[in-house]
Design a protein around this ligand. Sequence first.
Ligand SMILES: Cc1cc2nc3c(=O)[nH]c(=O)nc-3n(C[C@H](O)[C@H](O)[C@H](O)COP(=O)(O)O)c2cc1C
Ligand SMILES: CC(C)CC(=O)C(=O)O
Length: 394
Amino acid sequence: MNDPMTAPVGPAQDTSKAPEAAGWEPVNVREFERHAQLMLSKNAFDYYASGANDMVTLRENRAAFNRLRLRPRILRDVSMVDTSTSVLGQKISSPICIAPTAMQRMAHDSGECATAGAAAKAGALMTLSSWSTTSLEDVAKAGGPGGARWFQLYVYKDRKITEQLVKRALAAGYTALAVTVDTPVLGRREADMRNRFKLPEHLTMGNFVSAGGAHASGTKDGGNDSGLAAYVASLIDRTLDWNDIKWLRTICGSMKIVVKGVMTAEDAAESVRQGVDGIWVSNHGARQLDTTPATIEVLPEVVAAVSGRCEIYLDGGICRGTDVFKALALGAKAVFIGRPVLWGLAHSGEEGVSKVLKLLHDELVMALQLTGCTRVSSASRSMVTHQTSYYSKL
Ligand SMILES: Cc1cc2nc3c(=O)[nH]c(=O)nc-3n(C[C@H](O)[C@H](O)[C@H](O)COP(=O)(O)O)c2cc1C
Ligand SMILES: CC(C)CC(=O)C(=O)O
């Protein structure tokens, strides 16, 4: 049988076919995305860029940030700005962290190692996907001993594989498990179905080479011809529930547990009851359930439900320093970026990721200065309002 995860799809990058990209220095994240579109194969770019179904939530993740208005304060000395903060007790240089995205070597041959290198140089926190195209040990080496690293966990039907992954992450120095709870089945990504998405032949799922799962193909699932949907259906456990979180707690040693994919006050309150260390507000970059609200829209209800009892993070649609500012002001301790890192990788590997991190960092510094803040904790609820609040006062 033609293995859907390994059949050839052509090179991920072909600069000779993208003369428009040569010498182009993108000045914002959206331009990095357009640059990546020129550089990458359709198979890879569509996989990275697309959301589920009609991509209503994909647009909302951006649009909702743009509906929020900033209320700047003036005449405050902003000559010195400190963006450093901490997550789960670990100091980081900036609240802009890296979300797990699978299969980064499709964007650049150096893939996850390049991301780890750029994160370590910037003093940023990186979360590695279970489904990386490099082993978690090699990524830890590339990030060096000082790098802040979390491991994203997909819980396998085969609990031995899950347990081995957790133990390996602990041994390699990852300090938290981000347990993804929004993917009992893969969302319907129609571009991947049309393209019959496949991992290029020369790449493997780096964490499973010795377990024999690096090329697993799975069965056809509900007519969805994306090789990935079949792969997920064959391996990921749909029975996952709170008992599994308890079980993970018994095997994760000193690693903290963060639930990734919380979108309601009810689940936030339950997460706190279950004793998780952190709540990651995420709709999986709008790739799972379409027509959910934007993450920035649900952040206030999550913050209210948690009432300071654990840290809250947010991802989804962040591509400006002002977006980061808004999330912090509404109660997130840190934010995570997914696609922007892939666009940086596609641009120029580690250097490209460094550029994206610096770009967003500089934009955040400016957002802080222009709102009259000298540190991230000064971004406050009163500095953000919904655009309609101005009209309602007329
Ligand atoms: C190409 C791609 C692959 C992803 N792979 C994973 C993954 O392996 N595990 C996971 O928990 N989330 C995964 N995500 C979701 C991200 O961790 C994150 O929630 C999302 O990308 C944030 O939205 P943004 O891309 O708009 O920044 C992936 C997202 C993308 C775009
Ligand atoms: C391999 C996939 C399940 C990775 C993922 O989370 C995604 O593509 O959104």
